[in-house]
Design a binder for this molecule. Structure first.
Ligand code: EPZ
Length: 434
């Protein structure tokens, strides 16, 4: 298994470019199931979860071509000849977002057999709201042998009020409603930029959706959808991770190719911590090594402070002057990184859904273990300011959502290298992955 070896102490200097958003690319690829015509997606990140999604769609009979060379961030998907409507446990257990095929399959193929995702490192993460919503659209749902079976001759428009804001739940039902008979009104929806980006793609495919980005979304169902070309938005969480790296290491870092508008809550919090932040066009610049001031943070749904930045923010809080209280409101078990940071010398105490972080404490390099995608990012950030060498094990977690993070960080002066045999797959010729 791959590991990262990081020697801390270097300020980050220069420009680091952000890739496309994993959490926008995954629903966009699932949306291709809604039409028999080709969907061309650009700015697709080369990360492990995209590879899993490719396998998921290919197993149903979709033609999925991951670009290579100059087109390596382009994907063409054609779901003309789907042979089955199933998402197997083998794939779903490696990536929960696989459940995003449920709505599109029922809508287009009239049936879907999707494995229940099971538990996850950061929380129970049930999909009851997805299932409840599909029932409201007239689907017959049964569960057996760990699989959800959903059937509907044609979904019927309806009114769905989400008991709780759910990102993929909103995306799943949005896609299902595009081919339903009549109008669907979704209320208490997620307002994440990824939901807005998916809607932009669906409307290019001929869907009739209004209100994305607000709590209420209206979908007027159509008979069928057609092909489209769409560029995926930048990854705001990858951008946020690099921005915190810049703040932590006290260099002069330009994070380019991002959308500063999507980073409002994070940038505001960093300014509260005394970090110098400048935004212009598609870039955010982090300069200087002014002492970081402690500030409390509470994770919320967008546009609040993202839970996917909580772990990275905790790494920053270990280097802040004073005590920061980090409260996690979205997932019930998302402090796995805290004990690993303590192994590096941090002072973190967990009290229910809050972590009390005393700073500033010098960190020292140690052998640590990643437990999930964002926890591993937080360990990389801590290692960048730790004294000596840190060895991070299980970096396959980070490869799920960060495209060649070690190369990008090395490009701005970090001392980081990967040891082990894994390199993200790269297509050597159309349709063949190595
Ligand atoms: C999306 O997950 C993201 N994943 C997550 O990013 C992100 O952390 C999360 O939204 C919150 O922002 C993708 O977009 C692929 P939710 P999702 O449904 O949709 C509960 C990363 O690091 N809930 O908004 O699965 C749930 O348990 C990943 O890139 C139900 O109870 O999250 C959670 O407590 C990690 N029943 C809360 O709602 C349901 O049916 C919010 O979850 C659905 C959700």
């Amino acid at each position: 298994m791959d590991k990262f070896v990081i020697r801390g102490g270097n300020p980050l200097l220069g420009t680091v470019r952000v890739s496309g958003a994993k959490n926008a690319a995954l629903p966009a690829m699932a949306a291709a199931l809604l039409t028999e015509e080709p969907i061309i997606l650009e700015n697709i990140p080369q990360v492990r979860d995209i590879e899993t999604e490719r396998k998921l769609l290919a197993a149903m009979g979709a033609e999925v071509e991951l670009g290579y060379g100059r087109a390596q961030h382009r994907t063409t998907i054609c779901c003309r000849n789907l042979v089955n409507a199933e998402a197997s446990y083998e794939l779903v257990k490696t990536m929960r977002a696989s459940t995003l095929v449920l709505g599109p399959l029922v809508a287009r193929m009239k049936r879907a057999r999707v494995s229940l995702p099971g538990g996850c490192a950061i929380g129970a993460r049930p999909i009851d709201l997805h299932i409840g919503g599909l029932k409201k659209l007239g689907a017959k749902i049964s569960q057996e042998h760990g699989y959800i079976e959903a059937r509907a001759e044609r979904l019927r428009g309806g009114r769905i009020v989400f008991e709780r804001i759910t990102v993929t739940g909103t995306e799943d039902l949005l896609m299902a409603a595009t081919l339903a008979e009549g109008e669907t009104v979704l209320e208490n929806c997620a307002r994440e930029p990824e939901v807005v980006d998916l809607t932009a793609l669906l409307n290019k495919m001929g869907a009739r959706i209004e209100g994305a980005g607000t709590p209420t979304i209206r979908v007027r169902g159509v008979e069928q959808l057609h092909g489209a070309r769409h560029r995926i938005i930048p990854d705001r969480i990858e951008a946020g991770t690099f921005i915190v790296a810049g703040a932590l290491t006290g260099g002069d870092l330009l994070v380019s190719g991002c959308e500063p508008r999507h980073l409002g809550a994070l940038l505001q919090k960093l300014e509260e911590c005394g970090v110098q932040v400048q935004t212009s066009g598609d870039s955010v610049r982090i300069t200087g090594d002014a002492p970081i001031q402690a500030a409390d943070v509470v994770t919320e749904e967008y546009p609040g402070f993202p839970t996917d930045m909580q772990a990275q923010y905790m790494a920053l809080a270990t280097q802040a002057e004073g005590t920061s209280i980090v409260t996690e409101n979205i997932f019930e078990n998302r402090f796995m990184h805290a004990q690993e940071l303590v192994r590096m010398g941090a002072h973190v105490r967990i009290e229910g859904s809050s972590a009390v972080v005393h700073g500033k404490t010098p960190l020292s390099g140690a052998a640590v273990q990643a437990s999930d995608l964002r926890a591993s990012a937080s360990l990389v950030l801590a290692a960048l300011v730790a004294d000596g060498e840190t060895i991070i094990d299980r970096v396959y977690h980070i490869d799920r959502g960060y495209e060649r993070i070690e190369e990008k960080l090395r490009g701005v002066g970090a001392q980081i290298r990967r040891i082990g045999e894994f390199l993200p797959k790269r297509v050597v010729s159309p349709g063949v992955a190595v």
